[in-house]
Design a protein around this ligand. Structure first.
Ligand code: ZN
Length: 213
């Protein structure tokens, strides 16, 4: 999702800066993959930001080794991979950097169509963040979420439309989704355990896109 958003931003804007957040996620592979990918896409301004204190503060299966990723919802109706405050914090830090660098659009891959139910991925949350950041910084900032209303199959289709087979192949080979940080064998949808909620969404979306393509 992030890769597709990044390629779309490169097509839309003259200047694109990328940020990867290190929040102590167990799937460390995600950070190295982002670093490699930024190089492959020619992003000169790629920052890996250390926000590992979030991993210390927030109890989640993504940040604690002793909590296995579960496909079941918890009593609060959310998956145990929910990291409270994650996207709120990410957008705030991104806005701080944007302010300093004179950039006025924040692009994120949040989506509430085909998602894990995280409340900080919802459109209303993003709109509220856009307002809060613009007011709090006294500068008009726009939060763009191009994937908000499309499903994972349509995201694959968007990648195909933006960069053809070269891009979808790059995504299959060089991006990371799996919560377990597993690379393992290559599937037609990419690498990963194939079982965790993140892999399941990616795999199902790819199959639906191939079936319709
Ligand atoms: Zn997985």
């Amino acid at each position: 999702d992030s890769t597709t958003c990044l390629v779309q931003a490169l097509a839309l804007y003259d200047e694109v800066h990328a940020i990867t957040f290190d929040y102590g996620q167990r799937h460390r592979e995600e950070i190295e993959t982002a670093r490699r990918l930024a190089g492959q896409l020619g992003i000169a301004a790629h920052k890996v930001m250390d926000v590992t204190m979030l991993g210390e503060l927030a109890v989640s299966a993504l940040t604690r080794d002793d909590i296995p990723v579960s496909g079941e919802l918890q009593d609060n109706g959310l998956p145990n991979t929910f990291v409270p405050g994650r996207n709120l914090l990410f957008l705030t830090f991104a806005a701080t950097i944007a302010y300093r660098r004179g950039l006025d659009v924040l692009v994120g891959g949040m989506c509430e169509t085909d998602f894990s139910g995280y409340p900080d991925c919802r459109d209303n949350t993003m709109k509220a963040m856009q307002l809060a950041l613009s007011l709090g910084l006294d500068r008009k900032l726009r939060v763009e979420t191009p994937l908000m209303w499309i499903d994972k199959a349509q995201t694959w289709a968007l990648a195909d439309q933006l960069g053809g087979a070269a891009l979808t192949e790059l995504i299959v080979e060089h991006t990371h989704t799996c919560y377990h940080g597993v690379r393992g064998e290559r599937h037609d949808w990419g690498y990963g355990c194939g079982e965790c909620p993140a892999c399941a969404l990616r795999k199902a979306g790819h199959a639906k896109w191939r079936a319709g393509a």
